[in-house]
Design a binder for this molecule. Structure first.
Ligand code: ADP
Ligand code: MG
Length: 271
């Protein structure tokens, strides 16, 4: 069966520097995938390349076997918070209404059905009471909910969320997790980047472990081995499945076999 989302040898450069080097993986229809890797691993770059905001040096992004440019179903993308200019003078309602454009409706009026979808999306993310506020006045968590409402208003087949759990309050985190559960029930294919390896291990079907190149993609158990974590996070401490693993820097980077054990702290309880 073809994957819903398939990347083939995706390579992206900033100038001479490779941000992504021949990254390939697939996500089945309706599955939820977590993209994890250290800072600078290329997670945001990957999302931007997938939606065509960044050119690829080579490679392909396929949706149900079709090139992204030819795929007609809606794909929603919520960028990382830091990448949005929150000073843009626009109300919450307008931000979410933008989710209804791009379906051949650009510059056309919203229909009453569009407006209903916008209101339902605002309701679903519990921000309906903020509809007439400028987006720039809201808290980080509220802004994130508004962007999620915009994504919902697109009625997407594929949803890409770049670090939705970073810098938000607990209730927004819970609302986002609830949203993901609802999307699972509706068969929406989801790709979420996160620093929370515990969450990736416990709530996602597929994990894509990245550090400029693909370290491994597959079910969490297969991905979160000490060897893979060491390859991705050498020199850092990570927490997976409630266990703290210290990835020893001295073993990092070589191809040498042996001595690559990842951790003096494996098995200690994390918090
Ligand atoms: P992540 O989201 O995993 O933290 P990014 O995709 O943001 O990583 O960045 C990957 C690498 O590309 C980093 O080394 C970053 O500094 C670099 N980078 C990101 N955006 C740009 C840019 N616009 N110009 C040059 N380098 C960039
Ligand atoms: Mg990022």
């Amino acid at each position: 069966m073809t994957d819903c989302l398939e990347l083939k040898d995706v390579t992206v450069r900033y100038g001479a520097r490779f941000a992504l080097d021949a990254v390939s993986f697939g996500v089945p229809q309706g599955a939820q995938a977590a993209v994890v890797g250290p800072n600078g691993a290329g997670k945001s770059t990957l999302f931007k390349a997938m939606v065509g905001l960044l050119p690829m040096v080579s490679g392909q992004v396929l949706l149900h076997g079709q090139l992204r440019a030819d795929y007609k179903e809606p794909v929603a993308y919520v960028p990382q918070r830091e990448e949005v200019d929150w000073r843009f003078p626009v109300t919450v309602f307008d931000v979410v209404a933008m989710g209804r454009y791009g379906r051949g409706k650009w510059l056309k009026r919203l229909t009453s059905a569009d407006r209903r979808t916008v209101r339902e999306s605002l309701d679903r993310m519990d921000v309906a009471d903020l509809a007439h506020r400028p987006i720039g006045e809201l808290s980080g968590g509220q802004q994130q909910r508004v962007f999620l409402a915009r994504a919902l208003a697109q009625e997407p087949h594929v949803l890409l969320l770049d670090e939705p759990f970073t810098g938000v309050d607990v209730s927004t985190r819970e609302a986002t997790l609830e949203l993901l559960s609802g999307l699972r029930a509706n068969g929406v294919t989801v790709l979420v980047s996160t620093h929370d390896l515990d969450l990736a291990a416990s709530r996602f079907d597929v994990v894509v472990l990245l550090n400029r190149r693909l370290i491994h993609a597959g079910p969490p158990r297969e991905v979160f081995t000490e060897e893979h974590l060491h390859e991705a996070f050498g020199g850092q401490m990570v927490v997976v499945d409630g266990r703290m693993i210290v990835v020893d820097q001295c073993c990092c980077g070589g191809d040498a076999e042996g001595g690559g054990s990842a951790g003096d702290g494996a098995g200690r309880d994390g918090r």
